[in-house]
Design a protein around this ligand. Sequence first.
Ligand code: DUC
Ligand code: ZN
Ligand code: ZN
Length: 476
Amino acid sequence: MQHFDTLIKNGLIITAADRYMADIAIRDGRIVAMGQALGEANEVIDADGLWVMPGGVDAHCHLDQPLNDGAVMADDFFTGTRSAACGGTTTVIPFAAQQKGQSLYAAVEDYHRRSEGKAMVDYAFHMIVTDPTEVVLKEELPALIEKGYSSFKIYLTYDDLKLNDREVLEVLAMARREGGMVMIHAENADCIAYITELLESQGQTKPYYHGVAHSAIAEREATHRAISLAELIDVPLLIVHVSGPDAIEQIRWAQNRGLRVYGETCPQYLVLTLDDLDQAGFEGAKYVCSPPPRDAAAQEAVWQALESGVFQVFSSDHAPFRYDDAKGKKLHGECADFQHIPNGIPGLETRLSILFSEGVIKQRIDATRFVALTATQPAKIYGLYPRKGTIAIGSDADLTLWDPNARTTIRNSELHHAVDYTPYEGLELTGKPVLTMCRGQVVSRNGQPAGEAGYGLFLKCDKPQPARPRGAAKGF
Ligand code: DUC
Ligand code: ZN
Ligand code: ZN
């Protein structure tokens, strides 16, 4: 009779493709058998009545990322991954950000120092490229892509981050040559600056006006431009944190043309609206993120795009700033003009439960698509599949057991990040991750941490297949 470390029995297994009843046998952190009457184990977990899904892959979150303006992220690799584990996520991919003038090697080394010995779940790095010098494009990025840092983000907005179109073209051409996956923050910087100045001159400075300044048209224009630049170079591109129908239309248009354009959206675009920014005093700052949440019609468009496959990835975009903190949302005081409020909201721990409850339980998407969006497709798009993102023999035993009937209410006091609020306070949910396992070790039980800092491993990402260009080399 075979002997295993762990057996998970009687659960309903759900992958991106299938749902079926089977037991899962785990040895040395990997899945080694699936079926019935597999043998004995040191530990048997009874998953009767539970759904067994791949652990979540949160492919867009910010942890301990150095910033230029004096703001400090509340979560480091310990609190961030602890929170991820409690929410059912077993792999996170935050960003090693290059400061202008900095070598990318230095940015990656610095980020390793920040993460070393801290993570409770596994992690990989994307890079953020803000200074695409010749050395960066010809030496550093090709070498880093080869070494397992195969994806990076570029920006079309923010003064300290943005690239001009020429720089974007150079970066895209490098990605095509080297097989890297490019993510892009698509908002038109000049449109935002223009509206911001007008609003300021009229005294319209409250957090709500962040949403007005970051117009959906500015997002649409930048999305279309990014797609056109990628088409010119013939390289795949992933548009991150898409907020509504204007940008979705551009992505669908590109996909209908056969372009390898991928889309990501996030919980804030499903359950928040611009009204959340419109609160008494400075409270609206808790919801300031870019692009901003829009309106009910936009939420509906985002649901349709999740359902129909326009989006491949559902991430948190966890960008953790404390509210009542002079290094957080109140960096410039309690009455700061909207453009001085640090951008971003927390969501690592609530990402999966929100999509499970609002999507699967309310029957807007089915459970297999939930798995595809939250685990399998991010793992494929960023070169971690099939080690991560699925339940299969040979894959890491990264599993989340869900009680589909458990009812909870989101309360910040019960979350495990280091942020002093959640934008989802009071949201009632059905469905709860009751056990999270990373490489065969339980890292969370009943929403409480059960793992250790330093257990999480750094993962090298392969060059992703979805990053391959469509055609032969261009004639220029
Ligand atoms: N972009 C992100 O990706 N995250 C937080 C804020 C932003 O603008
Ligand atoms: Zn962004
Ligand atoms: Zn982000």
